[in-house]
Design a protein around this ligand. Structure first.
Ligand SMILES: [Zn+2]
Length: 100
């Protein structure tokens, strides 16, 4: 059996998880603002400023064949939430703090 205190703690934890899931879902729906190289990212096509972040491999068969896989690198993609334009960054981007 759980004590009343434990049940209360579990209820609060559950609410926190539900809230963060809700927030994640909203973030995913509207997108987030990002900063790359100290500059706020805005879509080159439609000037929108909310994106969905993704990862892509900058991978080439040639490098793998030559055993130079260490040259292969991660790229960050930001997909515009309005028009879908994909922006590629060879470095990581920073999420803008929405509380600012
Ligand atoms: Zn766009």
């Amino acid at each position: 059996m759980f004590s009343k205190k434990e049940l209360e703690r579990m209820r609060i934890e559950g609410e926190k998880i539900a809230q963060s899931m809700q927030k994640d879902w909203e973030d995913q729906k509207v997108g987030l603002e990002y900063i790359a190289g100290d500059v706020e990212v805005s879509c080159v096509h439609c000037k929108h400023n909310k994106f969905e972040q993704g990862k892509a491999l900058l991978n080439t068969r040639g490098l793998t064949f030559l055993d130079l896989d260490w040259l292969n690198n991660d790229a960050t993609t930001l997909i515009c939430k309005r028009c879908g334009f994909i922006h590629w960054f060879a470095r990581s981007v920073v999420e803008k703090d929405s509380e600012d």
